[in-house]
Each structure stands twice: as structure tokens, then as C-alpha cells.
Design a protein around this ligand. Structure first.
Ligand SMILES: Nc1ncnc2c1ncn2[C@@H]1O[C@H](COP(=O)(O)OP(=O)(O)O)[C@@H](O)[C@H]1O
Ligand SMILES: CC(=O)OP(=O)(O)O
Ligand SMILES: [Mg+2]
Length: 398
């Protein structure tokens, strides 16, 4: 079954084609800088264990133009991997917010699309872009079933004491105001990989997803029991451009004293805060460069980022009443040894002991970076949201 996975961002589209049930991709790629100058597609094919990379710089004004170009690459007479767009049987879309309506992989129908529109304001950076990706994919891959897989789904196992907010009941019963949690596909994938790696299903895990968005999840026996993102993907850890936890009093002050309207508040907390707000850069590689140049503000931002994660590790160790393994994943978690070291510093009391040499050694695949004898294993596990989505689509439609 040819399953094409689309992860639409506001200015990018990540994609992968799987021939399920095989878990190795046939091709993958990234359409980046959509609607900006110097848009670029990096397209990779993996045929007979040989990786080929094609880079195209072109004008890509919108998602439709981007996906049309990707389709041209997929069906190209020389480097193509399918005959025509009809060869794609399923398109799996990463949809960040499923709201109260969606808890399982869902075949997209006009009714589903109407309900998805209601979630736009809950995940303004993500759901409108995913919706655009769905509409474009429907036009291009006409023969395919379109399926949505939600970031919120894995967290549906949280107990009410974790997902409810302490506001009057009616806000939950009438308006579905509760914590949903995000990055569920990633937390689910890496915690399952940890179970396989440690050969044990009855584990107490803390999964730390550090990408552009960041979240941390307590996982008990394979089930999410608490997570740091809430009603939308804004609370919890400090992120590339999002604040994470702040005191809501700040919002009242911004509105009442500084004259902000609510759009400006949303823009501030979603797009101009976090690491970009503190340092001018959202990418950790830029921030590391600033630190190397002696920038004190960048160093403080780095410390704040790691400190917030450490606080949650303490909280979730208490939630789980113990801990078997800590997992680092996603762009920063997989690639930034200094952040991992800062997070794991001075928490030996919890049985978390990092091996500095192992932490600084890069290898592919799953890595154990804790000291031999550390009570808690520390693992770096590359996430693969696209593969997890493809597997869930396959299970739904096979
Ligand atoms: N070598 C690296 N060192 C430190 N950080 C890195 C490195 N490579 C990538 N990153 C970080 O990973 C982030 C992107 O992570 P990713 O999981 O791809 O995010 P998203 O899926 O949200 O776009 C970048 O913003 C960057 O900060
Ligand atoms: C939910 C979320 O924050 O996703 P991302 O990290 O892809 O922005
Ligand atoms: Mg991501």
C-alpha cells in the first residue's frame, strides 16, 4: 500500500512515501520557505539502499504549488518512484489538534473538515496549515483516502485529575476546555521504541520532545498519564518561538495596562517569545554560536530552557512514583548534547546520571547516554512521526 505522509507547517511541508507494511521510506523531503524568497525543495529517494538527494530552488508561492512540484518529482520519468498521482492509495496528514471530536486516525470527509475548522484558533500555528495541506492533497492525489492522525490522540489516556483545569465545571462540560496534549505521535513512537530497546513493557518513562515546539510526557506502561502542553500547544516548556508556561496575570496586564488586543497577545506568546524572544534566534545552533561568542543573554536563555525541563522531570517522577528511563528526542533533543547535559546536571538524587563521553558521541539510531549503573537509563531516540502516522493509516485501511 503506497502511503504518502504530509506534515504541513505554516511555511514548510515535510513528506515521506512508504510502501507499507515496509517501514523504510521510498522517498522523503522538505518544501521549505513557502511564500518567501528562495523557496527550496530537498527531495531524497532511497532505491536499492542508495540515497539520492535532489535540491531545487524555485518560486513556491503557496502549499499548492509546493505539493504540485513534489508530485512532479514523485512521478518524474527518471527519478520518479510512482507512475502517476493515482498510485498513492492513502495520504496521511499530521493534524496537531483533534479537539474533543477526534481521538483516533480518521478518514477525512466534508463533515470532518467542517469540524477541523473549529480547531483553528486552538492551534493557530498548526491546524490552518494542516487544513491547507489536506485541501491541496485532495486536488492532487484524487484516488487516495485522506486520513488525519492527531497529535492529541496519544494523550487521551490522561486521567481527569491531569487534564482538567481548576475552573468551574461548565467550562469543561459546555466548552470542552481541558488539557489535550500534543506531539502525541512522537511521544508514542519513542516510548514504544524504548520498550523494545529495554525489552520491557512495564516501564515508567519521561519522553522529552525538543523540536521547534517542545513538550514532555509522563508515560506509564505505554500510556500517557500527563503532559506539559495543554488546551493548545503553548504551555509547558520554553520553545523556539513560544513562551511555554507563564502566569496568566501577564495577559491581563498586557491588555489592560499596555493596550494589547488579543491578537497581539497571541502573536507575542506564539511567535515572538521562547528562545527567539530571549535571544533573537529560535534555532539552537544560532544560540550556541552566540554563547561561544560570550553572549550572556543567550547563556541565560539556554539555562532557562534546561531548567524548565528539569522542573518537569521532577514533577513527572513524582507523578509516576519512580522512573526507569528518560528519553530525549526531536531536533534539539537528538542533536544538542549541551542541552542534554544541562538538563541532567544535579539530578543524581533521582538516579539520573549522564555519561559525558557517551553524551558527546554521535551514532545513528537509539543511544544510551547514561552512566553504567545509573538507576535511570537516559536514551536518545530519533523520532519518526511520519512512520508512526503511516503505521496507523495502514492499520486503519489494510
Ligand atoms: N545540530 C543541532 N544542534 C542543535 N540543535 C539542532 C541541531 N539540528 C537541529 N536542531 C534544532 O532542531 C530544531 C528543529 O527540530 P524539529 O524536530 O525538526 O522541529 P519541527 O518538527 O518542530 O520543525 C531547530 O530549530 C534547531 O533548534
Ligand atoms: C505541536 C507542536 O508544537 O508541533 P511542532 O513542534 O511541530 O511545532
Ligand atoms: Mg516536529
Amino acid at each position: 500500500m503506497n502511503i504518502f505522509i504530509i506534515n504541513s507547517g505554516s511555511s514548510s511541508i515535510k513528506y515521506q512515501l512508504f510502501r507499507m507494511p515496509s517501514s523504510s521510506p521510498v522517498c522523503s523531503g522538505l518544501v521549505d520557505r513557502i511564500g518567501l524568497e528562495n523557496s527550496v525543495i530537498v527531495h531524497k529517494t532511497y532505491i536499492n539502499d542508495e540515497e539520492k538527494v535532489i535540491k531545487i530552488t524555485d518560486e513556491i508561492p503557496d502549499h499548492e504549488a509546493g505539493l504540485k512540484k513534489v508530485n512532479e518529482l514523485l512521478t518524474d520519468s527518471e527519478i520518479g518512484v510512482i507512475t502517476d498521482a493515482y498510485a498513492i492509495e492513502v495520504v496521511g496528514h499530521r493534524v496537531v489538534h483533534g479537539g474533543e471530536s477526534f481521538t483516533d486516525p480518521t478518514i477525512i470527509t466534508p463533515e470532518v473538515k467542517e469540524k477541523l475548522k473549529l480547531t483553528f484558533q486552538l492551534a493557530p500555528l498548526h491546524n490552518p496549515a494542516a487544513f491547507r495541506g489536506i485541501e491541496v492533497a485532495e486536488k492532487i492525489f484524487r484516488g487516495a483516502n485522506q486520513v488525519a492522525v492527531f497529535d492529541t490522540a496519544f494523550h487521551q489516556t490522561m486521567p481527569p485529575k491531569a487534564f482538567r483545569f481548576a475552573i468551574p465545571d461548565s467550562y469543561y462540560t459546555d466548552h470542552n476546555i481541558r488539557a489535550y496534549g500534543f506531539h502525541g505521535t512522537s511521544h508514542q513512537y519513542v516510548s514504544h521504541q524504548a520498550e523494545l530497546y529495554l525489552n520491557n513493557k512495564a516501564l515508567k518513562l519521561i519522553s522529552i520532545h525538543l523540536g521547534n515546539g517542545c513538550s514532555i510526557t509522563a508515560v506509564n506502561n505505554g500510556k500517557s498519564v500527563d503532559t506539559s502542553m495543554g488546551f493548545g500547544p503553548l504551555s509547558g516548556l520554553i520553545m523556539g518561538s513560544r513562551s511555554g508556561d507563564i502566569d496568566p496575570t501577564i495577559i491581563f496586564y498586557l491588555v489592560n495596562q499596555l493596550g494589547y488586543d488579543i491578537e497581539q497577545v497571541s502573536n507575542l506568546l506564539n511567535k515572538r517569545s521562547g528562545m527567539i524572544g530571549l535571544t533573537g534566534f529560535s534555532d539552537m545552533r544560532d544560540i550556541r554560536r552566540l554563547i561561544a561568542e560570550g553572549d550572556e543573554q543567550a547563556k541565560l536563555a539556554y539555562d532557562m530552557y534546561a531548567y524548565r525541563i528539569r522542573k518537569y522531570i521532577g514533577a513527572y517522577t513524582a507523578v509516576l512514583n519512580g522512573l526507569d528511563a528518560l528519553i530525549f528526542t526531536a531536533g534539539v533533543g537528538e542533536n544538542d548534547p549541551i542541552i542534554r547535559e544541562l538538563v541532567c546536571r544535579d539530578i543524581g538524587y533521582l538516579g539520573i546520571e549522564l555519561d559525558t563521553d557517551k553524551n558527546n558521541t554521535r551514532t545513528d539510531g537509539i543511544r544510551e547516554i547514561s552512566k553504567t549503573g545509573s538507576r535511570v537509563k537516559i536514551l536518545v531516540i530519533p523520532t519518526n512521526e511520519e512512520l508512526e502516522i503511516a503505521s496507523q493509516c495502514y492499520e486503519l485501511l489494510k
